[in-house]
Write a protein that binds this ligand. Structure first.
Ligand SMILES: O=P(O)(O)OC[C@H]1O[C@H](OP(=O)(O)OP(=O)(O)O)[C@H](O)[C@@H]1O
Ligand code: HPA
Ligand SMILES: [Mg+2]
Length: 183
């Protein structure tokens, strides 16, 4: 699916495929510097982080392993319920591990703040966050995020893994969803 097929559903294309590719490459160079000599466990948060995980992991010139956790707080709406449910837990034991959480978006921050507390209690050596997108104006909790791709306005976005009611995840860039689609 390309943007042209869903143009009516979007008010604006916010970030193109090429901008994502180039920003992820910059972030990877930072991560490579910060983690030189380490084995990094990337933890992807399903389902939204699938695209960023796939591209980030292939761009990184570091020995990495991957694991996945599935949590959901949005269901089929556009606002966080604040209630985070684990739909699938990790397969990996985190004790002593160097962990980098990979997310598509930090919106209210409620999902990650809950996830961080949960993962920290499992005894990793270190734990940091890499997110493609962040909405500073939407933050309801303060989270220390080491790697941020783009700061975006407080509007509901879709594409590159991000969904509305499970749709639009396969768009190659990120666009603002037209309010008419969800109101
Ligand atoms: O900062 P927050 O307000 O908590 O929002 C961010 C979270 O919401 C989305 O997940 P969602 O619950 O939609 O699940 P999904 O990845 O399967 O779409 C997104 O992928 C983040 O995990
Ligand atoms: O803006 C968003 N779009 C899609 N999913 C989301 N989950 C949190 N914020 C968003
Ligand atoms: Mg979602």
């Amino acid at each position: 699916m390309e943007f042209t097929d869903v143009n009516d559903d979007l008010t604006e294309i916010l970030i193109t495929e090429e901008q994502i590719r180039s920003r992820l490459a910059e972030l990877c160079r930072e991560i490579e510097r910060d983690y030189a000599g380490k084995d990094v466990l990337l933890i992807g948060v399903l389902k939204g982080a699938v695209m960023v995980m796939a591209d980030l992991a292939r761009e990184l010139k570091l020995p990495i392993t991957m694991d996945w956790m599935a949590v959901s707080s949005y269901g089929s709406g556009t606002a966080s319920s604040g209630v985070v449910r684990i739909l699938k837990d990790l397969d990996t034991d985190l004790s002593g591990k160097t962990v980098l959480i990979v997310e598509d978006i930090i919106d209210s921050g409620l999902t990650l703040s809950w996830l961080l507390a949960n993962l920290r209690s499992r005894g990793p050596e270190s734990i940091e966050i890499c997110t493609l997108l962040r909405k500073p104006e939407a933050a309801r909790v303060d989270i220390d995020v080491k790697y941020v791709g783009f700061e975006i306005p407080n509007q509901f976005v879709v594409g590159y893994g991000l969904d509305y009611a499970e749709k639009y995840r396969n768009l190659r860039g990120v666009g603002i969803l037209a309010p008419a689609v969800y109101s």
